[in-house]
Design a protein around this ligand. Structure first.
Ligand code: ADP
Ligand code: DP6
Ligand code: CO
Length: 398
């Protein structure tokens, strides 16, 4: 939407996105600037409406400086966000010029730019963004708010700057600059984000302090290679319910960005994982999904989550994202195995909350068992789909 009122130029757009929860975790960057992951990862983009980010962006000459409100509070404009905004600011002229100024026959790009400049009294720097974003779930607590948050931001910015013709691929690349996991949240279904090839990992790990020197060309090459792609659409998961059992709304003590940097600098297990495990888990997860082998899927997803948390423990100083609730949940899910035809997969991101993949045949039974075992005082800690299913299961038993 674009409107011109007096001397106010206003472009406004709103989008909603959801977190992508990794089934095989990304943890560690090959390069901090380009956000190139040490290992490939794959994750499922949630589609429940209570796990969503809603972002509205306005580009206007009403404000003196950029404003960013997250969940109603002013939020700092980080270096990564600045990098994203720079990409768009460089394109402002061309993008807005076309929309604002009607084309006269014979007009070229230059004339359009000139007209726009005149409209703004020659000062394009007066165009400022107002970003308002709200997460309907805990922020910075381990439910991938950075994934849905930065994905929403990227999609909105492409729209505000009238770059609708660009592909999702570019939205994903820009989202990646804000948060690695956000590159996956641009797509639905199962989404794989490719890590750097092994020969580059070896070069990095062989260098003192892991500080490998690459040419600009090599960075460009890696940047194009390390992109996210949908590998399986939503219909591959129609037998499964994805439930979140949230523990609290508290922010984590160690944000993902600094946690994975510490792990990259200190953990030997992280190197082993990047070289030997992550890609094997990904191949296994994809095969299990295609073959509807849900017990194999559960085995691999659990293993990967546990290995990721082992890497956190192998970090100096150690990082603890799992708490007693998480550990009890892990034990509980394993104990349920003997009673179920299809085992429940659990996965924990950088936080204590459980994300469960449950075969639909078992959901009432599993939810009821969790409800009783964890004496969940109210059902607020469950996402709405889980709440509904639980309510039905309990009514049926009465
Ligand atoms: P999480 O586990 O929730 O992804 P992270 O530590 O990875 O936690 O990232 C949290 C950070 O992501 C927040 O401090 C904030 O800077 C950013 N973030 C979260 N939600 C949004 C949003 N809706 N819009 C923009 N940035 C967001
Ligand atoms: C455990 O994408 O939040 O959730 O790239 O530094 O923003 P940055 O980190 P982020 O890390 C996510 C880590 C994880 C696993 C995953 O989502 O793959
Ligand atoms: Co995150």
């Amino acid at each position: 939407m674009i409107s011109v009122k007096g001397d106010i130029l206003k472009v406004k757009t709103t989008y909603e996105t959801s977190p992508n929860i990794a089934l095989v975790k990304y943890w560690g960057k090959f390069d901090e600037e380009y956000i190139l992951p040490l290992n490939s990862s794959t994750g499922i983009t949630l589609s429940t409406e209570d796990l969503q980010t809603r972002t509205t962006i306005t580009l206007t000459n009403k404000y003196k400086e950029i404003k960013f409100l997250l969940n109603g509070q002013p939020h700092p404009v980080s270096g990564r966000l600045k990098k994203i905004l720079k990409f768009f600011e460089e394109k402002t002229l061309a993008a807005l010029g076309e929309e604002l100024v009607p084309l006269q026959e014979g007009d070229n790009q230059e004339t359009k730019r000139k007209n726009l400049k005149e409209f703004l009294n020659g000062d394009l720097s007066q165009l400022k963004l107002k970003i308002k974003s709200v997460n309907s779930f805990p922020t910075a607590s381990g439910l991938a708010s950075s994934a849905s948050g930065l994905a929403a931001l990227s999609v909105c910015l492409f729209d505000v700057y009238h770059m609708k013709e660009e592909y999702d691929f570019q939205r994903s690349v820009i989202a990646r600059l804000g948060s690695g996991s956000a590159s996956r949240s641009i797509y639905g279904g199962l989404v794989e984000w490719t890590g750097v090839p092994h020969q580059f990992l070896q070069r990095k790990f062989e260098t003192k302090n892991n500080e490998v020197q690459l040419s600009e060309q090599e960075y460009e090459q890696l940047s194009k290679l390390c992109i996210a792609k949908q590998t399986h659409n939503e219909t591959f998961f129609e037998d499964l319910d994805v439930f979140v059992v949230a523990y609290s709304f508290e922010s984590k003590e160690v944000p993902s960005t600094s946690g994975m940097l510490q792990s990259t600098q200190t953990s030997e297990l992280l190197k082993y994982r990047a070289l030997n495990t992550a890609h094997v888990h990904i191949a296994g997860v994809k095969k299990a999904i295609e073959q509807k082998d849900y017990n194999e899927l559960a085995r691999l997803v659990r293993l990967d989550s546990n290995q990721f948390h082992a890497v956190c423990l192998d970090t100096t100083p150690p990082i603890f994202y799992l708490n007693d609730f998480s550990k009890n949940m892990i034990n509980f899910i394993h104990q349920l195995d003997s009673a179920l035809e299809y085992h429940v997969a659990y996965t924990f991101d950088a936080g204590p909350h459980a994300v469960l993949l449950v075969h639909k045949n078992h959901t009432p039974q599993v939810l009821r068992a969790i409800y009783e075992a964890f004496s969940i005082a109210d059902t607020d800690s469950l996402n709405s789909r889980a709440q509904q299913t639980l309510k039905q299961a309990m009514e049926q038993e009465l």
